[in-house]
Design a protein around this ligand. Structure first.
Ligand SMILES: O=C(O)[C@H](O)COP(=O)(O)O
Ligand SMILES: [Mg+2]
Length: 400
C-alpha cells in the first residue's frame, strides 16, 4: 500500500445520498470544498481523495476513503489528524460519522515508536521470563494528598506487591502536592520498598503540561528520580508524547493516559474509535497505553478492547509493541475475567480496588497480586481465596 486509507461509519442527513456523503468526506479532506473552484489546476488532480468502497452497515454505511500519501507531511501527526479526522466530523450533510481505523503506508510511519515497549518495561521490572501480567495502582484519592502521604500510599502499595504506581490524570503540579517535591518524596519511599522487597517498581509522575513546557517538566521529574513519566495524550496531544519519547534526557518509560477520549470514542456512531488513537500513540512512542477493561467501571464494548490491544502488540512497521493497560473500576475479583479476555501481556491497574481494601493499601495490593497468581496457577479466585486472606477479604467486599 502506498496511499493512506481510512474507514468510516456514517449516516447521511435526510436528502443526502450515501454516495454524495462519502465523496464529501473525500473532497473536504483533500482538494475539494462545497463548490467547484476556479483555482483548481490540472496538477492538483493527483491529490484528490477517492471513495474506494461504500456498503450499508446497521443504520448507516461504511466507506473506505483513499487519501494520497502526498498530502501528508511525513512525521507530523497533528497534520495527519487534520486530514483523517478533521473537518469531516462537522459536515452538515452527515448526521454522524466515526473514524474506525486508518492504514498508513511505510513512508508515513517512520517514527521511532516506543523506546521501551512491553519488552523494555518487563526488563525493568524483571518479568521477562515469568511473563506474568503487571499490577499497577493509581494513588487515590486522585487529588488532595500531600507529597508525604502520597509517598506513604505508594510505599504500602509497593511492599504489597505492585509493579507500577502512577499519578492520576488530574494530578499534575497543584499547590497541595507540588510535582517535584512529590517525585522526590515518593521515590525516596519507593527506594525503601525496593530495598526491602528486592523488587523493581516504577513510578510514573504525571508531567502533562503545555506544549512548550512538557519536555522541560519531564526532564526535571526524571532528574528528581522519576523512573517513568505519564502524559494525558488527548488533552496534551500526540506530539507531546512524541516530544517526550524523542528527548534523550527522558530515558524512562512513558505511560499514556487517555482522559477525555470517551468524548470521541464512546458514541459508536460518531467520533473516533480507539484503534486509530492506539496506532498514533504507538507511532508517537508511548510505552504503555490505557485501552480499557472488559469488566470495569467504564462503558465500552469488550470486543473492541481485544482489537485495540492487538493494534498495540501486533507487528507494525517494526515498532516496539506498547504495553496495554486495563484500568478503571478493577478489583481483585475481576482479575480473572480481565486476563481470560485480554491475555497476560497486560498491566492491570486498580485504584479503588487496592486502596479500598478492608485492611488498607498494602493488603489491597497483596490481594491483586494473589488474584494474578491464582490465574497464572490455573486456580479460580474463589479457590485461591480459601488460603489467601487478603484475596478473600477483597472478594467478600466486592465480589467477583
Ligand atoms: O486513571 C485510572 O485509570 C483510574 O483512576 C482508575 O481508578 P479506579 O481503579 O479507582 O477506577
Ligand atoms: Mg484516573
Amino acid at each position: 500500500m502506498t496511499e493512506v486509507t481510512a474507514i468510516y461509519y456514517f449516516e447521511p442527513e435526510t436528502g443526502t445520498t450515501p454516495e454524495f456523503a462519502a465523496q464529501a468526506i473525500a473532497d473536504e479532506e483533500t482538494t475539494g470544498t462545497w463548490t467547484d473552484l476556479s483555482t483548481r489546476t490540472d496538477y492538483v488532480e493527483r491529490l484528490d481523495g477517492k471513495v474506494l468502497s461504500l456498503k450499508p452497515s446497521g443504520d448507516g454505511y461504511i466507506t473506505e476513503i483513499l487519501y494520497p500519501a502526498e498530502i501528508f507531511e511525513p512525521g507530523n501527526i497533528s497534520q495527519y489528524l487534520s486530514v483523517i479526522a478533521g473537518n469531516l466530523f462537522g459536515l452538515g450533510r452527515l448526521k454522524c460519522v466515526r473514524l474506525l481505523d486508518v492504514d498508513f503506508p511505510k513512508e508515513l510511519t517512520r517514527f521511532n515508536g516506543p523506546n521501551f515497549g512491553i519488552k523494555g518495561v518487563r526488563k525493568l521490572i524483571g518479568t521477562e521470563k515469568s511473563k506474568r501480567p503487571h499490577v499497577g495502582t493509581i494513588i487515590k484519592p486522585k487529588v488532595g494528598l500531600n507529597p508525604k502521604d502520597t509517598a506513604e500510599v505508594a510505599y504500602l502499595a509497593a511492599i504489597g506487591g505492585v509493579d507500577f504506581i502512577k499519578d492520576d490524570e488530574t494530578l499534575t503540579d497543584q499547590k497541595f502536592c507540588p510535582l517535584f517535591e512529590r517525585v522526590e518524596t515518593v521515590m525516596s519511599r519507593l527506594d525503601d520498598a525496593m530495598s526491602e522487597t528486592g523488587r523493581s517498581i516504577l513510578y510514573a509522575a504525571n508531567v502533562s503540561e503545555r506544549a512548550d513546557k512538557i519536555v522541560e517538566r519531564a526532564r526535571k521529574a526524571v532528574d528528581c528520580g522519576a523512573n517513568a513519566v505519564m502524559v494525558d495524550v488527548i488533552t496534551c496531544g500526540f506530539c507531546a508524547v512524541e516530544a517526550l519519547a524523542q528527548d534523550p534526557g527522558i530515558n524512562v518509560p512513558i505511560h499514556v493516559h487517555r482522559t477525555m477520549h470517551a468524548a470521541m470514542t464512546r458514541n459508536t456512531k460518531h467520533g473516533i474509535a480507539m484503534r486509530p488513537i492506539a496506532r498514533l500513540v504507538r507511532l508517537a512512542g508511548g510505552d504503555q497505553l490505557h485501552t480499557g477493561t472488559v469488566s470495569g467501571k467504564m462503558g465500552h464494548d469488550p470486543k473492541d478492547i481485544i482489537v485495540d490491544n492487538k493494534t498495540l502488540t501486533d507487528e507494525y512497521f517494526g515498532l516496539n509493541p506498547v504495553f496495554p493497560v486495563a484500568s478503571g473500576g478493577l478489583y481483585p475479583g475481576k482479575v480473572h475475567a480481565e486476563l481470560s479476555a485480554l491475555g497476560t501481556e497486560i498491566i492491570l491497574q486498580a485504584g479503588g480496588g487496592i486502596h479500598g481494601h478492608p485492611d488498607g493499601t498494602k493488603y489491597g495490593a497483596m490481594a491483586m497480586r494473589q488474584a494474578v497468581d491464582a490465574f497464572m496457577e490455573g486456580a479460580s479466585p474463589e479457590e485461591y481465596a480459601k488460603t489467601h486472606r487478603e484475596l478473600r477479604l477483597a472478594i467478600e467486599k466486592w465480589g467477583i
